[in-house]
Every structure is written in structure tokens, then in C-alpha cells.
Design a protein around this ligand. Structure first.
Ligand code: FAD
Ligand code: SF4
Length: 446
């Protein structure tokens, strides 16, 4: 995939990947073997008919390819950009055994972008059932659940606590990876199915739980927006952020354009980011675009980093420095951050996740100068609503317990996405929401 040069892209928030041309897309589509038993479909949590849409690209019928994708996925331009395809459909592509798998994600992105410009009809809607369904949260889980339920003829209302819809797609993932006009365009298509969107509505506060439970069914898609902290000395200092807060300030509140926008963010000239997942890479690359010299500190080795390989490569190209086998232990400063003390780590036997455990090496400390310290070490479900719903069963990590069909311990309350799994992926949230919507439809038939 062609990308913009690193020295150009660190000066703005425009998209890094340039996308296929029609000729490139068709050439890539022609690599597909059209397997009789296509494994790639099994690797797609929403079950897109991948060989069919690839054949339609090869035949030059791009709008038909878009219609094929839309049968299963209302957010294809988003998924084409952010899905970890290398662990999903592309991982199972048979061509990957001997060479490179078909670039299914890039083809999905190409088709979705073409269809957005050329115009693709929204899917048909079944006869109205007069059943009312409330969806809480407008991230990928909420949007997908709402779309499926609206297509089935139900009267769907999404309640969203923020002033804009999209969940992490809007407030978390930066526009240089996922442009906001693309998110907005795909949200508009979901709304065009007749879904009512109520932003600035916090269920459990401005909308009562009693009011929520008056709906015939409820789908919880409230995500995992509660950041974890390292609990370090000095964590209270000015200049310490969770990645969630830092990214929300920039993505949603346009803090990088302060004072033209109301919300500020400290623009550090020396920024330390702790963590090495997608969230850490996004925070580091955002801080870089705001002029910072950014160092990412990770307790394991580079090969253990959980972020997508492309994100790691892009971060490195953009001048982010990686300090591996090290962990922050204290934030220095009196009022503002001035530095971060780190300890060297050594790799030990694998833990339950299969990755080597990292243990601190006694007395091997070093200090990195810093004005901003961003922690990106994970996040869990926001307890605000779910802890207050009587009779709902929660797991040890505060997540809602739901079975594979989305059912919770309350008969008409369903849940999908990060609120059930903890921080996961866009497409897993969408796959779970589709299943939950199908279960709700079954229940509402009775
Ligand atoms: P969310 O997207 O979190 O949406 C939940 C929504 O519910 C939010 O809008 C929230 O405001 C709303 N809400 C919460 N409580 C209430 C309430 N009480 N009342 C009303 N509304 C409420 N995944 C990938 O697949 N690829 C990536 O590249 C990737 N990058 C990421 C980068 C970042 C910075 C982050 C944070 C995550 C990333 N993820 C990525 C993970 C992915 O975004 C999530 O797994 C996905 O968004 C989960 O979807 P969701 O709908 O369950 O929750
Ligand atoms: Fe095509 Fe690969 Fe899917 Fe086979 S597995 S149908 S080659 S994309």
C-alpha cells in the first residue's frame, strides 16, 4: 500500500495510506484463487462473502462489490482501514501459505471509498414491527446492532453520552489512520436506515435506567472507555495523561487547534508514552504531529509489541524512538512533569498469554527527560451504567457477562463489544453486535 512520505505526514493529520487505484485493485483481485471452500470468510467476524466481492472487482463491477460487502457490513470503509486483517481473513487466505495473502482489507477499503463517491443505495428495510429497541453507545457495536435491528423493521434509538457518535472511531483512532469524514459518512448511512440518534444522553444519568428498561429490548454497547493507570508516584502532575484523555482531547475536542477550540492539551517537546499497543502508537504518533520528540517505553521486546506491524513501522518512520525492556516507575516534577524514571526489565518464562513475562532488574534505573507522560496500558468497561443495572451479571474485570448470542442475565437486555470482552477490536465488536441483534429479533417475534 503506497503511503505518504514520513517527513510530510508528521506535519498534518491527513491520512497516511493512499489506497489502491482501480488498476491496482483489479490486479490484486485477480490474484484471488476463488477457492471452492474459502477459508477467508471464516476469518471475518461479520461473514462477508469475500471471494464474491473480489470477483466483482476483477470484473470491474465495483458498485456490485460494494453491495455484496454491505449485505454483511455497514462500516466497510472503516473496517478496510482499521481491521487487523493479518490476524483475521488474510491470515486464513490460502495464498499466504506460499507467498502474500490477497490484500482483502485494502480491497474492501477501495470498494467502500468508490461506493461513497459514486453512491450506493442503502439496504432495504423490512415492514415496521412497532417494537422499540434502545441501543446504548454509538461505537462499532452500537452502530452495527442498530443497523441490523432497523433493517429488521424495529424502531431503534441510540443513546450516546458524547456530543458526537462513533465511539472510539471518533474519539480514539486519529484521523491520520481513519479520517473523520469517512466515519461520519458511514454513520450517516446507518442513520439513513431510520435510526434515531440521541447524543449528549448519558444513560444512568440524563436518561434513567427505568426509562431505558421500558424499551422492548436493550442492546448495551458502552465499550471499554475506562483507562487503567500505572499507579506511579508523581502521576498527579500536570502533563500526565491517559492515552484515552490525550486522544479524546485532540480527536474530539480539536485540542491541537487551541485556542481556536476551547479545550487545551499540553504540547510537550519531550513526550514519553508507556505501552506498545495500537492505542500507544496512536498517542505517540499524535504527539509527534504536535511537534513532540516522542519516546515509547515498553516493558517487553519489540517482537512482543501488541500493535499492528504496520503501525509500529509507521511510528518508527515518523521518528518515534522505542525504548524496549524498560518500565516507568516514577514521574518526576513539582507541578509539571520534568522526567520519568524507568527500570530495565528482563525477559522470563512465558505467562498465560504465551508472551514472555517481564521482570524488573533491581537497581538498573535510568531517567528520561519529559514534559508529557502518556499512559497507554489498557482500559476496561466504564462502570457508570452497568454497575447500576439491577440483576445484571458482571465478570471479574467489570465486564458484562453475555453469551455468544449476546444474552445477559436480564431477559430483554443484550450486550456486545468491548463492554463484554474488555478492549478488543472494531470487527469483533461488530460481529458480536450482529449476533445480539439477531437474537433480539428472535425474541421480539414472540
Ligand atoms: P466504543 O467504540 O468504546 O463505543 C462505546 C460508546 O458508548 C462510546 O461512544 C461511549 O461514549 C458510549 N457510552 C458509554 N457509556 C455510555 C452511557 N452510559 N450512555 C450513553 N453512551 C455511553 N480496534 C481495531 O480493530 N483496530 C484498530 O486499529 C484499533 N485502534 C484503536 C485505537 C485506540 C486509540 C483505541 C482506544 C481503540 C482501538 N481499537 C482498535 C479498539 C476498538 O476501537 C474497540 O474495540 C471498539 O471501538 C469497541 O467498540 P464498542 O462499540 O464496543 O465500544
Ligand atoms: Fe481468495 Fe484467499 Fe479467500 Fe481463497 S482464501 S478465496 S485466495 S481471498
Amino acid at each position: 500500500m503506497p503511503v505518504r512520505p514520513a517527513d510530510e505526514r508528521i506535519r498534518d493529520f491527513d491520512e497516511v495510506d493512499l489506497g489502491f487505484t482501480k488498476t491496482e485493485a483489479q490486479a490484486e483481485a485477480l490474484r484471488c484463487l476463488q477457492c471452492k471452500k474459502p477459508l477467508c470468510i471464516d476469518g471475518c467476524p461479520v461473514g462477508i462473502n469475500i471471494p464474491a466481492f473480489i470477483q466483482q472487482i476483477a470484473d470491474g463491477d465495483i458498485l456490485q462489490a460494494a453491495a455484496t460487502i454491505q449485505e454483511e457490513n455497514m462500516l466497510p470503509a472503516i473496517c478496510g482501514r482499521v481491521c487487523p486483517q493479518e490476524n483475521q481473513c488474510e491470515k486464513l487466505c490460502i495464498l499466504g501459505n506460499k507467498s502474500t495473502p490477497v490484500q482483502i482489507g485494502q480491497l474492501e477499503r477501495y470498494v467502500a471509498d468508490y461506493a461513497r463517491k459514486e453512491g450506493l443505495q442503502i439496504p432495504g428495510i423490512a415492514n415496521q414491527t412497532k417494537k422499540r429497541v434502545a441501543v446504548v453507545g454509538s461505537g462499532p457495536a452500537g452502530l452495527t446492532g442498530a443497523a441490523e435491528l432497523a433493517k429488521a423493521g424495529h424502531d431503534v434509538t441510540i443513546f450516546e453520552s458524547l456530543h458526537k457518535a462513533g465511539g472510539v472511531l471518533t474519539y480514539g483512532i486519529p484521523s491520520f489512520r481513519l479520517p473523520k469524514e469517512i466515519v461520519n459518512a458511514e454513520i450517516d448511512r446507518v442513520m439513513a436506515l431510520g435510526v434515531t440518534l440521541k447524543c449528549n444522553h448519558i444513560v444512568g444519568r440524563s436518561v434513567s435506567i427505568e426509562e431505558l428498561l421500558k424499551f422492548d429490548a436493550v442492546l448495551l454497547g458502552t465499550g471499554a472507555g475506562l483507562p487503567y493507570f500505572m499507579d506511579l508516584k508523581g502521576e498527579h502532575l500536570n502533563g500526565v495523561y491517559s492515552a484515552n484523555e490525550f486522544l479524546t482531547r485532540v480527536n474530539l475536542m480539536h485540542a491541537e487547534q487551541f485556542p481556536s477550540y476551547d479545550t487545551p492539551v499540553i504540547r510537550g517537546s519531550r513526550v514519553i508514552v508507556a505501552g506498545a499497543g495500537n492505542v500507544a502508537m496512536d498517542a505517540a504518533r499524535t504527539a509527534r504531529r504536535m511537534g513532540g520528540k516522542v519516546t515509547l517505553v515498553y516493558r517487553r521486546r519489540e517482537e512482543d509489541m501488541p500493535a499492528r506491524a504496520a503501525e509500529i513501522e509507521h511510528a518508527r518512520e515518523e521518528g518515534i524512538e522505542f525504548v524496549t525492556c524498560a518500565n516507568p516507575v516514577e514521574v518526576l516534577g513539582e507541578v509539571n512533569v520534568t522526567g520519568v524514571i524507568c527500570v530495565r526489565m528482563k525477559m522470563c518464562d512465558p505467562d498465560d498469554s504465551g508472551r514472555p513475562r517481564a521482570e524488573p532488574i533491581r537497581n538498573e534505573m535510568f531517567t528520561l527527560d519529559a514534559d508529557v507522560f502518556i499512559q497507554a496500558i489498557g482500559q476496561g468497561p466504564n462502570p457508570l451504567l452497568i454497575r447500576e443495572i439491577d440483576g445484571i451479571t458482571l465478570g471479574k474485570k467489570g465486564n458484562v457477562i453475555a453469551d455468544a448470542s449476546g444474552k445477559t442475565s436480564i431477559y430483554n437486555v443484550f450486550a456486545a463489544g468491548d463492554v463484554t470482552t474488555g478492549a478488543a477490536t472494531v470487527i469483533e465488536a461488530m460481529g458480536a453486535a450482529k449476533k445480539a441483534a439477531q437474537t433480539i429479533c428472535e425474541m421480539l417475534k414472540d
